[in-house]
Design a protein around this ligand. Structure first.
Ligand code: NAI
Length: 292
């Protein structure tokens, strides 16, 4: 991949400070990954309580990956909770990973646009919203690119670098170099609802959810997908992604989630999957509990 990028004239750039907005499933894990790969990271959310679980998960990642205690401590000191967003003005890269709502993302980017360093990367981790719609809120829409990470961040190397019609090679090149700098595999794709992977993945997941709604066993369905060669089945994946996020992406892609469905009911009961301890499956210590 890096050879391919070089051929396209995409050169390495230096990055040392990353600011992540949104400390949920994705933002927390992106921040932890960047700190693990040596970046100084500030992590912002609405309050400290929402940042704390992300710091705990980061510690677990560092403990798994590093042998020495002092390496874990050094990585923890590179990851700083920043509820006020003071890191924005110093960051070389800003990654937004808040809820999948257009208005929230637009408000965040228009709020930080004037505070960022010139030349810093401004990226969204949106999984489905067309970039142009978010960029419309900016004075300079060319600044915004997509850096779309995949869940679980520490295990999946792919990062879709999303190019909107406003971007030039410069922003896209920087985004791809940053992904390489943190040890990920960037693939440049055009902005379209769902981009590349989710456009293909969402109908597969929703198809499986529909079978479960019709009475098929979720355990059997997931086992079949694994036997087919998938690393995890589609229902377990939906729980891992988060049912609320899955619904937003599905809606963005033009699929409907009927109000009377089990999917909709689980969401209204706050059973959002792995992150809340229950979705289609019950979850314990990061593992889905499956019937024999
Ligand atoms: P999440 O619900 O776990 O976390 C969202 C976080 O954003 C929450 O902690 C919330 O407090 C915070 N937040 C909301 N408004 C905020 C604001 N104004 N300022 C600062 N923080 C704010 O959601 P998740 O799953 O991490 O998704 C985040 C983004 O990443 C979404 O755009 C989603 O589409 C995308 N994504 C999700 C994936 C997944 O598997 N869950 C995979 C790839 C992308």
């Amino acid at each position: 991949l890096s050879e391919g990028l070089k051929k396209q004239g995409i050169k390495g750039a230096k990055f040392s400070r990353v600011h992540v907005i949104g400390a949920g499933v994705m933002g927390g894990d992106i921040a932890a990954w960047c700190a693990y790969r040596g970046m100084s990271v500030t992590l912002q959310d609405l309050d400290m309580e929402r940042i704390k679980p992300a710091l705990d998960r980061a510690k677990t990642l560092f403990q798994k990956r590093y042998k020495k205690k002092r390496e874990v401590e050094a990585a923890m000191s590179r990851l700083v909770a920043d509820p006020q967003g003071t890191g924005v003005s110093r960051a070389d890269v800003i990654i937004e990973a808040v809820v999948e709502k257009l208005e929230v993302k637009q408000a965040i980017f228009s709020g930080i646009e004037g505070k960022m360093k010139p030349g810093a990367i401004m990226a969204t981790n949106t999984s489905s919203i067309e970039l142009e719609r978010i960029a419309e809120a900016l004075k300079d829409p060319a600044r915004l690119i997509g850096l779309h990470f995949f869940n679980p961040v520490a295990q999946l190397p792919l990062v879709e670098v999303i190019r909107s019609r406003f971007n030039t090679d410069e922003e896209i090149g920087k985004g791809a170099s940053f992904a390489l700098a943190i040890g990920k595999s960037p693939v440049v794709v055009k902005s379209a609802p769902g981009f590349l992977v989710n456009r293909v993945l969402m109908p597969y997941m929703l198809g499986a959810v529909e079978r479960v709604e019709k009475g098929e066993s979720k355990e059997l369905l997931d086992a079949a997908a694994v036997a087919f060669g998938m690393p995890m089945g589609p229902i377990e994946l939906m729980d891992t992604v988060g049912l609320d996020v899955g619904k937003s992406v599905a809606t963005e892609l033009g699929h409907s989630v009927p109000g009377e469905s089990r999917f909709a009911r689980l969401i209204s009961e706050g059973k959002l999957g792995r992150k809340t301890g229950e979705g289609f499956y019950k979850w314990e210590k990061g593992k889905a509990i499956k019937a024999e």
